[in-house]
Design a protein around this ligand. Structure first.
Ligand code: GRF
Length: 193
């Protein structure tokens, strides 16, 4: 589905759980002239997520939620998203699985970045598994989020070569650098100006 935004920037929320390097790259992109989004809200399930510091640095609202009571917390998040007129959700290293109901509420408007060439290597430890299986390439994927883990329609992918000496750490670093370029490109692709 292509999201239409007239001429205004699409108000976007980014969900994180950790470092937030993709969040930072999305914020930087959002401040460029060609950006079709503005980042208006950062949401996390983890009070200790390092990426939360970007809220202060870039003066973006943030909210941390405790996911122990998933249904009620999701309802609170939905209210907050509505209040802030959020039209697009970018998951960026967000480690919680959203419910079907939540996804239905934002149908076609939640996207995620994943560090493998989906449909290969869904879930965790993608780099280790790709190396163990002697893959020649891995990469990253931006995809729509549906109710099955890492299974929604692919928007864009970028291939990265796996060298003979590759370790999960070196591969993660190479792929992350590509993720930072791919996510903004994928957003440009789905938003119709
Ligand atoms: C990225 O590799 C992303 O693909 C995955 O989690 C990692 C998050 O990194 N979903 P960061 O928090 O954006 O630095």
């Amino acid at each position: 589905m292509v999201i239409s935004n007239g001429s205004k920037k699409i108000k976007t929320a980014v969900f994180i759980s950790g470092t937030g390097s993709n969040l930072r790259s999305l914020i930087r992109y959002s401040k460029t002239r060609k950006s079709v989004i503005s980042i208006d809200l950062i949401i996390s399930n983890n009070l200790k997520a390092k990426g939360l510091r970007f809220s202060k640095i870039y003066k973006i609202k943030r909210k941390v939620y405790n996911f122990k009571k998933k249904i009620s917390v999701e309802n609170k998040i939905l209210k907050n998203l509505k209040k802030n007129k959020i039209k697009l959700i970018c998951l960026a290293g967000f480690m919680k699985i959203l419910s079907k109901k939540f996804i239905k509420n934002f149908s076609g408007k939640i996207i995620n970045i994943h560090p493998s060439l989906l449909p290969k290597y869904k879930g965790l430890n993608t780099h280790q598994r790709a190396i163990e299986n002697k893959e020649k390439y891995s990469g990253c994927t931006v995809h729509y989020v549906n109710s099955k883990l890492d299974s929604g329609q692919v928007i864009l992918q970028k291939k990265v070569k796996i060298t003979k000496k590759e370790t999960p750490k070196t591969l993660a670093k190479k792929i992350l650098a590509q993720e930072h370029k791919l996510y903004p490109k994928a957003i440009n692709k789905i938003i119709n100006r």
